[in-house]
Design a binder for this molecule. Structure first.
Ligand code: PAF
Length: 282
């Protein structure tokens, strides 16, 4: 398994694979890989001949007060984890390779509607940064398929819409969230939690499953369920950012007529922001 840092080298290698008629899958990541990422790579390797995992902590998707500088960079450990998962190539470019002229004058990709609200409201510019770097990765790698985790539910919706709207000939595949035994969704940011915070963290998934059960049992007072969930999170010592019950396709507030519904949550535990979701059919 090779690791390449330059776009030129990446393009040469991929050109040779394409000439051999091989299909290519992309797994975009920011590194600090955990079992969730590895499940994406395994899924990609079942679907294509060549799997490229990109590792790039994208400065454009971080807000001014967010954790860009402290975000863990663990390339050596990531390489060890990717080799047995069926990965072919790691693309780990430096920032100068992706944004040679800096961020200020970079052309950006804006995906309306699904980018708005939820994480888009709390993290202005975040999805613009994600959509832009993913478009660039798609153009650089030209994969047949790309695999993203369902844990970042809104991100997946943004990528799906962007790919559709811009007629990108790439199949977008979502992969289920991988969880710890106590239900906490695996995330690179879980490593920021203190022992005490880690002990409280499973309440996020518990709150989601409890609210989902109530919807399945026929409750339709969505706003009350959202408020109760936020209270549960606050009582457990978290600071809820949002708890929203939405239409799974549009990500707009769910109505009683919606059958496919997703519960989206973001909450701070100390300074760590955790996100999670559950989708149900009513
Ligand atoms: O989900 C992530 O890790 C990032 O948002 C992504 C898709 C790699 C873009 O930087």
């Amino acid at each position: 398994m090779r690791t390449v840092h330059s776009l030129k080298e990446l393009r040469n290698i991929l050109k040779a694979y394409r000439q051999q008629g091989k299909t290519i899958a992309l797994v975009p990541t920011m590194g600090n890989l955990h079992d969730g990422h590895i499940s994406l790579v395994r899924k990609a390797s079942e679907a294509a001949d060549v799997v490229v995992t990109s590792i790039f902590v994208n400065p454009m998707q971080f807000g001014a007060n967010e954790d860009l500088d402290s975000y863990p960079r663990t390339l050596a450990e990531d390489q060890d984890k990717l080799a047995p998962a069926g990965n072919t190539l790691i693309f780990a470019p430096p920032v100068s390779e992706i944004y040679p002229e800096g961020l200020a004058n970079q052309t950006k990709v804006v995906v309306p509607e699904v980018s708005e609200g939820h994480c888009g409201a709390s993290r202005p510019g975040h999805f613009e940064g994600v959509a832009t770097v993913v478009t660039m990765l798609f153009n650089m790698i030209q994969p047949d398929i790309a695999v993203f985790g369902e844990k970042d539910f809104q991100q997946l919706a943004v990528i799906r819409k962007m790919t559709r709207d811009l007629m990108m000939p790439i199949e977008i595949v979502g992969a289920p969230t991988v969880r710890e035994d106590d239900g906490l969704a695996k995330s690179s940011r879980n490593g920021y939690l203190s022992d005490t915070e880690r002990a409280s963290a499973p309440v996020v998934y518990q709150t989601l499953t409890n609210a989902a059960r109530q919807l399945e049992q026929g409750r339709t007072d969505f706003t009350a369920i959202e408020q109760e969930a936020q209270e549960t999170l606050s009582k457990a010592g978290l600071r809820p950012d949002y708890f929203n019950i939405v239409n799974s396709l549009t990500l707009k507030p769910a109505t009683v007529d919606d059958s496919e519904v997703t519960l989206l949550v973001a909450a701070f535990l100390g300074t760590t922001r955790l996100i999670d979701n559950i989708s149900i059919t009513r």
